[in-house]
Design a protein around this ligand. Structure first.
Ligand code: FAD
Length: 326
């Protein structure tokens, strides 16, 4: 079995210029999910000199199998929706960097953004739209066996487990959605849930119940993932009795929610206790010229249409800020 992460191929044509560390951009956008890409369209249409830095194009949308609540599409596959976003962004000659993460930002009249490879980009305004990433369990075996049976993204990796047995950690919406995706390809799915029952939406639980190859272990947590080169088994502890048992499995999907990708801005902008960036109704942070949008912020309800709307607001605020400065 090949456990390398599958790559997603996007069809949209690219019409961008490589980022230039020698210049000062009007606006730098961090993130290429719905928030960042919408901000890019708004900034380019306003004619401000903009560059966008993207670790993984599409963000969470690229990891979503079906979207049925984004206006204009009764149903669209996540990868197709990202292609539509890209088509719209790449009609402009925007400064573009893909595959690089931002490791640090600094405040000031001119803001600076450091990339993974050490290059530093500069701008007058900054839009942070770096979204969220899968939460880790932080248990022995997780990091070492990631990509070797430990997985987070079902749309990327479920096909690797065709005819195999998998454990899904988490019984909320993320976990149950993952279990549904996996149940149609895997031979057996075991959900390990910390609570006494599933906490997902009823519509998802009803769908899950239509599969006969799914079982559940409640009031329990996975404490260790075991295997030399590939996952072989996991240790499960009952939180009420403290008793541990072993579940033999070919893989484990960890679906316990998401954490904001905000660490590179810590100490620069104000955040809440969940490390979400605090913004006002115009997406301004507590720092002049630094704006934030989408799932990385404290704005409630993490959805594509909301992230897009917030991205538009952040872009308009950033453009207004640039105009006023000029
Ligand atoms: C499995 C799943 C299913 C979902 N289904 C739906 C649905 O059906 N409908 C719906 O409306 N919403 C759905 N959502 C939620 C929706 O996808 C998010 O609310 C939305 O994608 C948030 O957009 P965003 O741009 O804020 O962040 P993200 O989509 O998380 O994008 C963040 C971007 O920032 C980049 N990034 C992160 N860190 C850095 C860094 N340090 N440097 C540079 N770039 C960085 C990422 O690579 C990515 O490009 C789903 C989410 C998941 C996980």
């Amino acid at each position: 079995m090949d456990f390398n992460l599958s790559t997603i191929s996007f069809a949209a044509e690219k019409n961008f210029t490589p980022v230039d560390p020698g210049k000062v951009y009007d606006v730098l956008i961090i993130g290429g999910g719905p928030a960042g890409m919408t901000a890019a369209v708004y900034c380019m249409r306003k004619g401000v000199d903009t560059a966008i830095i993207i670790k993984n194009i599409g963000g969470q949308v690229a990891e979503t199998s079906s979207v049925e609540n984004y206006l204009g599409y009764k149903y669209i596959n996540g990868v197709e929706l990202v292609d539509k976003f890209k088509e719209q962004v790449f009609q402009f000659s925007i400064g573009y960097e893909e595959g690089q993460g931002v490791t640090a930002v600094t405040d000031g009249d001119i803001k600076s953004v450091t990339l993974d490879d050490g290059r530093v980009l500069r701008s007058r305004a900054l839009i942070i739209a770096s979204g969220k990433s899968w939460k880790k369990l932080g248990i022995p075996g997780e990091q070492r066996l990631t990509g070797r049976g430990v997985a987070y993204c079902t749309i990327c990796d479920a096909p690797l487990f065709a005819g195999k047995k998998v454990v899904v950690v988490g019984g909320g919406n993320s976990g149950v959605e993952a279990a549904i995706d996996l149940a149609s390809v895997a031979s057996e799915v075991v959900i390990v849930q910390l609570m006494e029952e599933l906490t997902a939406d009823k519509i998802l639980i009803d769908k899950l119940n239509s599969f006969n190859n799914v079982s559940m272990i409640f009031s329990s947590r996975v404490t260790e993932i075991i295997g030399e080169d590939l996952v072989k088994e996991v240790t499960v502890e009952n939180v009420d009795t403290g008793k541990s048992s072993t579940v033999v499995t070919d893989g484990i999907f960890i679906e316990i929610g998401l954490d904001p990708n905000s660490s590179f801005a810590s100490g620069v902008v104000e955040m809440n206790s969940a490390s979400e960036i605090l913004v006002d109704s115009g997406c301004a942070t507590n720092r002049d010229g630094i704006f934030a949008a989408g799932d990385v912020t404290s704005v409630p309800f993490k959805q594509i249409i909301i992230a897009g709307g917030e991205g538009a607001k952040a872009a308009l605020s950033a453009c207004e800020y640039i105009l006023k400065r000029n």
